[in-house]
Design a protein around this ligand. Sequence first.
Ligand SMILES: Cc1cc2nc3c(=O)[nH]c(=O)nc-3n(C[C@H](O)[C@H](O)[C@H](O)COP(=O)(O)OP(=O)(O)OC[C@H]3O[C@@H](n4cnc5c(N)ncnc54)[C@H](O)[C@@H]3O)c2cc1C
Length: 407
Amino acid sequence: MMAESEPMPVRATKRGDERTPLDGERDVLICGASFAGLAIARELAGSGADVLIVDRYEIGERQTSACGIPTEWLRQLGLMDAERQRFDALVMHTPYGTARYRLPWTFSTFDYRELCQLLWRDCDAEFETAKVNGRAAPANGDGRIAIDTDRGTISAPLVVDALGWRRMLANGDGYQPPDAPLSRGLEVHPEGSGEDLELWIDRRYVPAGYGWSFPARDELRIGVGSFDPRFHVRQTTELLAEDLGSDRVRYQGNWIPHKLRRATEGGVFFAGDSAGHCLPLSAEGIRTALYFGIALGRELRGVVEGRQNRAEAESNYASFHDSHEWKFSWMLRAQKLVPRVPPRLLWPLIKLLGAKRFVNWSFAHYLAIAPPEFVDSADDQHRPDQQQDDAEDPLRRERDLVQAEQA
Ligand SMILES: Cc1cc2nc3c(=O)[nH]c(=O)nc-3n(C[C@H](O)[C@H](O)[C@H](O)COP(=O)(O)OP(=O)(O)OC[C@H]3O[C@@H](n4cnc5c(N)ncnc54)[C@H](O)[C@@H]3O)c2cc1C
């Protein structure tokens, strides 16, 4: 989706003679070095495992989003240096008026390159640029999985697909846009500044979806996301940028999954967009990629440290993933409902939902889908009694958060 008039970004990726063969065996192979892949590698640091992470680009070279995340996720991960701007309110524009929701927690924009490099700083894996082509013919039947790349075949008993929505290492389920449950997102990154995190729910820009402007200190990230993959967002992204008096430069876009897919398949583990971990309605997929990446990293660590085997890790990770299904389904229901509300009713509804108590409750509930304290929770999360507590009282965490906020 790169604009024709845009200069191509400078590639830091290895070329020509630097692309030496990579064939060989590893303990863990992580394909994809963005949010999910780096979070997994970070959890494996210090385990002593021989971990290789590959990506077609250098780490942080190619931004994959508007880079908005709850601030607390940055703080818990020690990534505050990557923060660019912080917001304590969300401004929502409709054709009938504008509402300002004061949030119970803050949201931040960050610098993609810096964040990836900070995550990488905490890893002790090896990184190589390589384009992953898919699964290669099985190795010797010793449980290793062979992956074909443009630099050779790499095999490992533990293989992760963190390659994004294409889910390259699956067996192929014919998941293709525009028929698959994928949203479409495109944004421009002009120079500029702003005070507010702004959203537009306006059919002028998109019949089902929303437009956004995320300021990041000296840059704006202005874009449009459509829940309907058949609606092309190029023209209306440009229209929104034009309406805001901003340049249409530095395009960035992709398909955004809005439905969970299987957590494991054919012995391969999936995390982030490859597992459909992006939240429907908000299209927020960074913190969930980090969250599920951390959960998967912990399971893989259990295998390399000899506390469990791969089958047990597969089963634990799949149960963890599946335990979130109902939350993703609710978000998807809301995503389907909002575009059906007639615009003249949407404005009073948005005003009504802006009541402080409701905003606090709903945003705390929303944050708890992938809570920041998970970063620090190491062993608790997988304790059966912990899962039992959460299952019995799914709103407990949200209530705690709101109470903490009110105190
Ligand atoms: C326009 C837009 C704006 C967005 N804004 C936000 C936002 O502000 N906040 C938010 O939470 N979410 C946002 N999202 C969603 C978010 O970008 C994704 O959910 C998130 O990036 C998923 O992380 P990931 O690590 O799973 O995959 P990605 O970040 O997509 O990373 C996949 C990695 O795999 C590599 N790769 C892909 N194919 C190959 C291959 N064949 N060989 C080797 N490497 C390969 C890529 O180079 C990339 O590094 C946005 C999405 C879009 C499209």
